[in-house]
Structures are given as C-alpha cells and as structure tokens.
Design a protein around this ligand. Structure first.
Ligand code: C5P
Length: 404
C-alpha cells in the first residue's frame, strides 16, 4: 500500500484518453490512495460521471457554481484538501488555461487555487502537441514547477496517427505519483541487482523446462528498492508482467544467461536473488525440433546442473554488502532456510512455503520468514507488494544507507 492515506485530487479533462483514467483510478486505489475526481464538461463526453464515481467511490465534482458541492467542500477546500493534484488526461486546452491562469470552470479554478504539487499527464493529437502554442504553454508550466509525465510516442486511439501525444500508461503515472509523494530515500546512491521470474531451459528450439514462477515478487522488490532511491538492475526470466517503473530491466531466458547478466551488474551494494532458477538444464539441447518416431521409445533427457547464481554472488570477489536469497520450500521451511544461508553465503534468506495449498506460486500473496544470523522473523500473510515494501525497508535498515 505505497499510497496508503494519500489523497489524490484527479482532474479528468476532455480527451479520448479519459477512458484510461478509469483504470488509473483503480490503480491508485489499489495502492491505498483516496481519489477525489473532478471532471470537465469535455471529460463527461468521453466517460460518464457515474463510472468515475463508482470506481473512485467518491462524489464526482463537475460544477464551479454548484450549491450542493459548494456547501459540501467548495473549490478552495477541494484544491487544498489533498496531497497531490493529478491532471490526467491534460488536454491542450486545459494546459493553456493553467499556463495563463484562467479560471472559468471548476477544474481550472482548482488548479489556480491549489498550493499542492501538481502532476499533469498531457494527451492530445501529435499535431496539437508540437504546435508552438502548446509548446509555449508547456514551457510556462514547467517554469511554474508543474510536474509532467509524457506525452508518449505511439499510435493515437482515435486517428491511428503515430507521434508524440499518447497519455502515459496508468501504471507509469502511478509510479510517478508514488515518487512525488514518497518520503526519504534511504537507498539513494546504492546499486542493487535483483533476479526475478523463472528460467526456461531449452530442450529443442520449441520445447523447454520451466516452473510456475510469475515474477510478481521479484518485480515488486525491484520496484520497492527503486522507490527507496536505489539504482536497480532487474534481471528477469520470461514473465508476462510488465517491467517495473524506475528500474533497468534485462530480459533473459536461461540460467546461464541470468548468471552472466547478474555478474555484469556487479559491483553492486545489494543483491536480491528472487528468481526460481531451474536447477537443471538439458545437457545438450537439440538444434532442431526432436521428432516423434512411431514405435520408438521417447528420447531420454540428459540433465546437467545449472550454475547457482545466488551461491556465485555470495562467494564472489565483488560480493555485494548485502546478499539476500529466497527459499521456496514445501517442508521444513526454517531448517532448510538456515542451511541455505550458510551454503549460499547469504546474509538473509526469505523463506516461503510454496506448497500448492498456499497459492504462493503465481498468486498475489505471500507469507514469509526472514532467516538471518540474527534470528528468525515471521511476517504475517501479506500481499507481494507489501512483502516487497517491508523487505526494502529491512534492507535499508541493515545497510544503513546514506539517507537523504
Ligand atoms: O537452492 P534453492 O534453489 O532452493 O535456492 C533458492 C535461492 O537460490 C533463491 O534465492 C534463488 O534465486 C537462488 N538460486 C540461484 N541459482 C540457482 C538456484 C537458486 O540464484 N541455480
């Protein structure tokens, strides 16, 4: 819950990208934020106040002179009773009003009256974006310390035109909001390398050995370390989830590739090896697809041991100051975790029970035990994001970061 207790005043202006604001509201609320929406008249042509109200679980503010709303909050309170004003999408028109201090509707009045940080996510036709008037207004807004994300390159929803004008994706916007509202950065100046996901070990060009790891926990840890200010390299096996924001992600398939990518990220201060690396690979994977031969016995699979990346890092000449491993166990979780701590040269083993009934593999929740030389700490059942958040803070305490 990275935005727990944070109040976001979301101004939705009238552009086709307004449909993405619905998802944006969900993403913000998922992270614990309270979202109060303001919609311009134009926005209501694209999405309905009913949908915005339902998703935000809030009253939707639309009118500057509404007896009901004015008694309820009033535009000045609306402008101040929040931690951040987010404008998504920000149209060329609304940006022009903001740049020139116009206040002829609720959205522009609130934006003029607020003393809170403001983040805009511009979205418009690429020709409107490059127009000198818009560029002039944007430059003024930057001078006024208005934060901006995007617009991004890509295809326009309405015209199929390509160019800069697409609104940043909701998750990118959320990451920026988190960044703007985050507290101190105890890991600033420190480098971290994180592995995540499964590995795929080829049998032939079309078949491979894999496991059920989704990468959710590793990706969340990479993002959490980055939020605390670390410079993070994430080495990810094949996963279907997006690259986390604010992190350099390198994609690999096989364990050997993962090891090479991790070693090339050294020296680092922190290593968190979360990937479910396949223990074995096929000794000699076939160059061509292995054919089924009628009447013949299935081909034997000769396996070879994969490099142990955690162990390699834990005993490396450039060993990071803090080395963290994971232990996916189905029995004797604590004993196995302790043994692993020693064998792998790690400072901490995060042990989790991945018995099928726990639903940890691929699921969104995790119950872990932290096994270090200092003892064992059992954490309650948490979302993988919360485990990541707490682990990043634990790491920051251990490493005694420089703090800013
Ligand atoms: O030995 P086991 O696979 O249970 O150890 C799990 C820990 O070791 C995890 O942190 C995992 O990322 C790491 N590991 C590794 N390379 C391997 C096997 C496991 O980095 N080949």
């Amino acid at each position: 819950m990275t935005l727990a207790g944070k109040r976001i005043l979301l101004v939705i202006a009238g552009g086709i990208a307004a449909y993405k604001s619905l998802d944006l509201i969900r993403r913000l609320r998922e992270r614990g934020a309270e979202v109060r929406p303001i919609m311009t008249r134009g926005a209501q042509e694209f999405v309905t106040p009913l949908a915005v109200g339902a998703l935000s679980a809030s009253h939707v503010y639309t009118e500057l002179f509404s007896r009901e709303d004015e008694q309820d909050v009033g535009h000045i309170r609306l402008a101040r009773e929040c931690d951040l004003v987010l404008v998504a999408p920000a149209t060329a028109d609304l940006m022009a009003k903001m740049a020139n201090g116009l206040a002829d509707d609720l959205a522009s009045t609130v934006l003029l009256a607020t003393d809170r940080p403001v983040l805009i996510a511009p979205a418009m036709n690429p020709k409107m974006w490059v127009h000198p008037a818009t560029q002039r207004n944007f430059a003024l807004l930057q001078r006024d310390r208005i934060n901006a994300i995007g617009p991004m390159e890509g295809e326009m929803a309405e015209s199929g035109e390509r160019g800069r004008g697409r609104m940043a994706e909701p998750l990118e916007i959320v990451a920026r909001v988190e960044d703007l509202l985050s507290g101190p950065k105890p890991l600033a100046g420190l480098k971290a390398v994180v592995t995540s996901g499964p590995t795929h070990e080829p049998i032939d060009p079309v078949r491979y050995i894999a496991n059920r790891s989704s990468g959710k926990q590793g990706h969340a840890i990479a993002a959490a370390l980055a939020r605390l200010g670390a410079d993070v390299t994430l080495v990810s096996g094949p996963v279907t989830i997006p690259d986390p924001a604010g992190v350099q992600t390198r994609h690999v398939e096989r364990a050997e590739e993962m090891r090479d990518a991790v070693l090339s990220a050294l020296p680092a201060d922190i290593a968190v090896m979360v990937a479910a690396v396949a223990d074995w690979r096929v000794a000699t994977s076939a160059g061509q697809k292995i054919k089924k031969q009628p009447g013949e016995a299935p081909p034997p699979l000769q396996l070879a041991e994969n490099p142990d990346i955690l162990k390699t890092v834990g005993h490396h000449s450039e060993r990071p100051r803090l080395v963290v491993g994971f232990a996916a166990e189905t029995e004797n979780v604590e004993e196995n975790g302790r043994a692993k701590l020693e064998r792998k040269g790690a400072d901490l083993i995060v042990a989790n029970d991945v018995s099928p009934e726990t639903g940890v593999m691929g699921g969104d929740r995790n119950r872990v035990r932290l096994i270090s030389r200092g003892g064992v700490e059992a954490w309650p059942d948490l979302s993988k994001d919360d485990v990541a958040e707490r682990l990043a803070l634990w790491i920051a305490t251990q490493i005694g970061g420089t703090g800013t």
